[in-house]
Design a protein around this ligand. Structure first.
Ligand SMILES: [Fe+2]
Ligand SMILES: [Fe+2]
Length: 264
């Protein structure tokens, strides 16, 4: 890859300690082949499956994560609220109502390229929030000269698809999160936007989207309350997406889905 290309790595939802181990191993392995200019990761489940703590934030920074996105689970730890107001590289969805601490987007300059990273949450089967579509319009209007990367955190693929097409040619890349399973619909949309419904999670490979099977089954089989726990046993999976940005055009030139298993 020539030097006219900027390399961005996007890592999907990191699930607890298993997820952090997968991220550590995954970054180590891919860094041997590729040097990334910017690593973005969704951290909403990074501290024991729920939210983030200061220690986990520091651990993820040490692993090389530059910008952190999140979602509905960001508030699960009381500490998150304080952190989100303190660190501007830790984002919460931009379409939370006015008055919510923190920010939903961050602009950085990488080798002279203006990159705006935004975190926006869907509204279908998700907590109440402002309109994700209009939220993007507002972000884009303020910085239409930037390369816009969006982590769209949503449950319904229909809403994610709609968001991709709605922002096509304005957003340069839209990567979905929240459903934790890497999807096979990665492509460049007609207007030039890179799109994937879900980048996939990092965590226990043989679990229920990162959570211990035994704990989940109590709910599914008996509708009985059960405290979800991060699965710690077995194989790990690292899911991510590489995005290669043409620096002159500020558009996605190439992309690659990544899925690595550890501890077979
Ligand atoms: Fe998640
Ligand atoms: Fe989520």
């Amino acid at each position: 890859m020539q030097s006219s290309v900027l390399k961005i790595l996007f890592i999907g939802d990191i699930i607890g300690r298993s997820g952090r181990k997968a991220v550590s191993a995954g970054i180590k392995e891919i860094s041997e082949k590729e040097n990334y200019d910017c690593i973005i990761a969704n951290v909403e489940n990074s501290a024991s499956g729920f939210g983030i703590t200061l220690n986990v934030y520091k651990e993820l920074k040490k692993l090389g994560i530059d910008i952190m996105t999140s979602g509905n689970h960001i508030w699960d730890k009381k500490e998150s609220e304080e952190l989100i107001g303190k660190f501007d590289d830790l984002l919460r969805p931009a379409n939370y109502p006015e008055g919510v601490p923190g920010s939903g987007s961050k602009t950085v300059y990488l080798d002279g390229c203006k990159i705006c990273v935004s975190n926006i949450m869907g509204r279908v089967f998700m907590p109440l929030s402002d309109c994700p579509f209009k939220t993007f319009d507002n972000i884009y209007e303020k910085e239409s000269d930037a390369f816009h990367f969006v982590d769209f955190h949503g449950e319904a693929t229909s809403e994610k698809n709609a968001f991709g097409l709605y922002t096509d040619s304005r957003a340069a890349a839209v990567c979905g999160t929240h459903t934790h399973v890497q999807t096979n619909d990665d492509r460049i949309l007609p207007g030039g936007t890179f799109y994937i419904s879900d980048a996939g999670m990092c965590g226990s490979a043989d679990s229920v989207i990162g959570t211990s099977y035994d704990k989940v089954m109590r709910r599914f089989l008996y509708s009985m309350p059960s405290k979800f726990e991060v699965e710690k046993k077995g194989r790990l999976v690292f899911n991510a997406v590489s995005i290669f940005v043409n620096k002159d055009k500020l558009s996605v030139e190439d992309f690659r889905k990544i899925k690595i298993y550890f501890g077979e």
